[in-house]
Design a protein around this ligand. Structure first.
Ligand code: HEC
Length: 119
């Protein structure tokens, strides 16, 4: 009897801990988001940065960085804007594909939604 209860407690504790760990490592879930920014990301960025912006290795072996991890190259909103608008180092410029307003939305999306939970 005691044994069964003990095992049940251990199992529940394990489920609780793993739920917390999952929630922490995932942070903002792009797939669950119905915002305009999330759909722009899926259309324009996911092909390189991965569906959840965790980074990807492209077919030609090029490494595309995560937009969530803490060792960012560009930290300020201005720097992120420049990277999305002008591209560089393997990333295409988006100033002709997206409007200025859309680029600003993507800057907020990266800076506030994706990085907020992980930095
Ligand atoms: C063709 C592949 C490709 C696409 C599409 C792409 N990126 Fe990138 N992105 C890259 C690469 C490669 C880098 C690394 C550039 C560098 O190291 O300077 C990068 C870097 C970045 C960075 C800087 C990361 C840092 O460390 O600070 C941001 C922010 C970013 N991309 C956002 C976006 C957004 C938003 C979109 C969609 C509008 C997008 N990217 C689409 C390939 C891509």
């Amino acid at each position: 009897m005691f044994r069964t209860k003990f095992i049940a407690v251990v199992i529940f504790a394990a489920i609780g801990v793993s739920a917390c760990l999952n929630a922490k490592s995932t942070g903002f879930v792009i797939a669950d988001s119905k915002t305009y920014e999330a759909s722009l990301f899926r259309q324009n960025c996911a092909i390189c940065h991965g569906p959840e912006a965790n980074g990807r290795t492209l077919d030609d072996g090029k490494q595309v960085p995560s937009l969530r991890k803490a060792d960012f190259k560009f930290r300020t909103e201005g720097e992120i804007y420049k990277q999305i608008s002008g591209g560089g180092n393997g990333m295409p410029p988006f100033r002709d594909q997206l409007t200025d307003r859309e680029i600003k939305l993507m800057v907020k999306f990266v800076h506030d939604d994706l990085r907020k939970n992980d930095q």
